[in-house]
Every structure is written in C-alpha cells, then in structure tokens.
Write a protein that binds this ligand. Structure first.
Ligand code: SF4
Length: 448
C-alpha cells in the first residue's frame, strides 16, 4: 500500500460495506460523444463519500458509476447507483439518477428515480440515496442486503419517494455544491499538452492502404478523439489461445514504455478486460501498431466474438463451480477467422464460473454461467443481454449443457443468428429482441 501511495494510488474502501471505488467510462475526457468529463464528477462524489462516518457500515457494499456519453461504456445500469450526465431541453447539464442495479444471484437493472438532477444537487442527492438505503436496507440476511433487493421489495416509486423526502431536508444546506470546490477538483484533471495536428494525415491513409493488417486494426481498435489529430487506442488482451484479460509482466512493462512514448504516460482499464491508450497522435498510429503487434497486443478483435469477458473460474477462484478460461479459449478458437468474426459484428460473450457473476454473464449478448451438478461442470446459457445504453438481462435458453458442449452450443447460436438476421447491420441483441429466444432454443436443443 505504501508503494501504491507513492504513485498516487490508494485502496481505501475497496472492501467493507461502504461505497466502493467509483467507476466511469474508459474513454472519459477524450470521447467525442461526451458532454463533460465524467471523471470530475466521480472524484467530487468520491471525496464526499470516502471515510464518511455515516456510510462506513451500510447493509452491504455500494458501487457507483458515472457516465456522460450517449453511448454507455461504463455499464451504468448494473451498478447500485448510476449517474448519467445529459442535457435537458433548455440545454442545461444534469444527471439521470438510477438505482438498484446489480448482477450476482439476483440480477436487476438499475431503475431511474430522477430523470434530471441539477449538477449543484449531486452530493445532497447521493447522500439522500445512501441514507435511505442505510435506513431501510436489510441487515439480517447478507444475500438480501444490496440496494437492488430494497428497491425491488419496496418498489421503485416508494423508494424514490423516500429519497425525495430525505433530499428535500438536505438539498439547500451545506451539501449544495460550491462552484469553487468543483472548480478546484476539476483543475486537478490536467489534460496533456496536445499538439496542433492535422486530422487524418495523408501518411496515415497511405499506411492503411499499404498494409491490410494495419488497416484492419485501425478499423477495429482505434476510435475518434475529441482533439483533432489524436486517437483513442484499445489494446486487445484477448489474443488467440490466450487467457482473456491477462498480460505478462514483460508486456505490462512494454505497454508502460509505449504509453510514455505515445500516450502522455496514460493507460486505462475497461470492464471488458482490455486496456486503452487514450491520447495517441494519429501520426504515431502505424509505429504504435508495429510495437503492439510485436508484443501480441494488436489482435483486431475488440468488441468481436473472440473478445470474451471471462472470470478466473475454477482455475484460480475458490468460489468457482466450473472453469471459465478454457471455455473462453475454446470458443475463441472456433471463431479465430477474423473475417468471419467481422461479419458477425459486435458480439459479446461473457462467462462466469459461478453465480457471483464476476464475468457479467447476465449482460453478455451470449452469457455463460458455470454450475455444478453431481460434481460435474455444467453451463447455463443466456442470450440477449447487454450492458450498454439499452441494457437488458439475458434470457435462459434451456437446460444447462456439459463442459464439452458449450462451444458447439455457441456455434449453433451464432449460426441461428446468421440465418435470422435480416441485414448485416442487424446486431445479435437486436435479432434476439425481434425474434425472442425460441428460434435459438430450437436450434440448440433440436440438435441434442
Ligand atoms: S464469478 Fe464466481 S468463479 Fe468467477 S471469479 Fe467470481 S466468484 Fe470466482
């Protein structure tokens, strides 16, 4: 902890029944579709709730996420509380407040209790939600103690009413946000001294034309940046045959060097288990790609079928019922042809080795959950889940299947999707939404 502190990091409230670390979008501050940098708001809230005496022993842990973009990259609706910054009809920025999301054995998506909260009220409202949860959340049963159960049991309207009453009593007091305090925190988020660069330099287009592999990586792993001439680069930690989300110490050292050289020293982590270099000059993309390719970190499969989220499962986790990693590896090997994967478009497979759902299986387009039956590993398969701005929980397609069958089942589901989709742009979750699970179920179980 002392070593972490020496580089400005801490582990406060990373355990216990308190507010855990506040998360946000891995593209925060550089995304073209955000209306403000959400990290500043995450930090304003963090400073308020860290070591807050009233919230150091709540019924259970409490996770908050903040987003500020049209496209949700922070999985907002699977958090205990989420704040989405947006503009109202008058053009003012404020928060949509959602509560009661979470996965695990009782999954729920967070529900909106306040469509538009003025920015000055963010601390008082967070406080009102935490107080309401602290007062009414169950403490007699750890499995029923999260806010999602309270919101479900009380009903979202009744919960919102309690929060509102509490909020009215505190909103105009000391918790109204002081603009000077906000400005002081915002000033600590320093942006790199970006150069004035040409957007879309001709040399980049030339390099893309000259090398098909570079072109395919550009189309997959590189996103537009707020600042002209720069790009956001995602490093896939899902190489063919690798363990999803793993990087070796040597790779991490090399990534740190590349970040120093090409991304103003900054590396971020996303919940999809990939890394991001947020500030890469477009003129450097070809050189960066060559370096990443040599390290095995330039697989152009970000967001594709082989970009699988998998928890450690039975290989490492003492709570597991079943293996996750080899399942992910087998599925990825079935879809190693990147042309096929590209044709499928975005397709998220999420795998958890037990009901705790660390692999977010409920919100995978295809979700895979390891269960144990008579000392044997079985897997329940859900489809149609998603963790973005149209978040949904996946639906179970039928009885659990054996370890050896999982990759075959995934292939059947993907084959059904290809037959059912009406145009190439219709994504997997859109097809499931339109057709329901029946055609997928038939395909999978008729064959068995
Ligand atoms: S989902 Fe279960 S098996 Fe996987 S890491 Fe979490 S607790 Fe372990």
């Amino acid at each position: 902890m002392a070593d972490l502190a020496s580089v400005g990091m801490h582990g406060m409230q990373t355990s216990g029944n308190n507010v855990r670390n506040i998360t946000t979008d891995q593209w925060a501050g550089v995304a073209t579709d955000e209306i403000e940098d959400p990290r500043v708001w995450a930090e304003v809230i963090r400073q308020h709730v860290t070591l807050h005496p009233e919230f150091s022993f709540m019924p259970r842990k409490f996770k908050i996420a903040v987003g500020a973009s049209a496209h949700d990259r922070a999985a907002l609706r699977i958090h205990d509380m989420a704040l989405r910054l947006h503009r109202n009809g008058a053009g003012e920025a404020g928060f949509e407040v959602m509560v009661g999301g979470g996965l695990g054995r009782t999954p729920f998506l967070a529900k909106t209790i306040k469509p538009f909260l003025p920015q000055r009220d963010v601390l008082s409202y967070v406080e009102a939600v935490l107080r309401t949860y602290n007062q009414f959340g169950r403490r007699d049963n750890a499995w029923k103690a999260r806010i999602k159960i309270l919101v479900h049991d009380l009903g979202v309207e009744a919960f919102a009413k309690q929060v509102e009453a509490e909020w009215q009593s505190v909103k105009d007091g000391a918790l109204a946000l002081d603009p000077a305090v906000f400005a002081e925190i915002a000033a600590r988020f320093r942006y790199p001294a970006y150069e004035r660069l040409e957007d879309g330099p001709p040399a980049l287009a030339q390099a893309r034309r000259a090398d098909r592999r570079f072109d395919s990586w550009m189309g997959n792993a590189v996103a537009n940046h707020k600042v002209p001439g720069y790009a956001i680069v995602t490093l896939s930690l899902k190489p063919q045959g690798g363990t999803p989300g793993d990087a070796t110490a040597e790779q991490m050292q090399a990534i740190a060097d590349l970040a120093e050289r090409y991304s103003y020293g900054e590396i971020r982590v996303g919940h999809e288990q990939n890394l991001v270099l947020p500030h890469v000059a477009q003129r450097d993309l070809a050189a960066l790609w060559r370096a990443l390719d040599a390290l095995g970190l330039a697989t152009p499969n970000v967001g594709l079928v082989s970009d699988i989220i998998a928890c450690p499962g039975l290989d490492y986790c003492s709570l597991a019922n079943a293996r996750s990693i080899p399942v992910a590896q087998e599925i990825a090997s079935r879809f190693r042809n990147l042309d096929v994967a590209r044709d499928l478009g975005r397709l998220h497979i999420n795998i958890s080795g037990c009901i705790n759902a660390c692999g977010h299986h409920h919100v995978g387009h295809i979700g895979i959950l390891g269960v144990e039956k008579n000392d044997e590993e079985f897997y329940q398969i859900t489809i149609g889940g998603r963790a973005d701005e149209d978040a949904r929980l996946g639906a179970l397609i039928g009885p659990a299947v054996r370890y050896a069958e999982v990759a075959d089942v995934v292939e059947d589901i993907v084959a059904a999707y290809l037959e059912l989709r009406e145009r190439p742009q219709e994504t997997f979750p859109q097809v499931v939404e339109r057709t329901g699970i029946e055609p997928f179920k038939e395909r999978v179980y008729a064959a068995r």
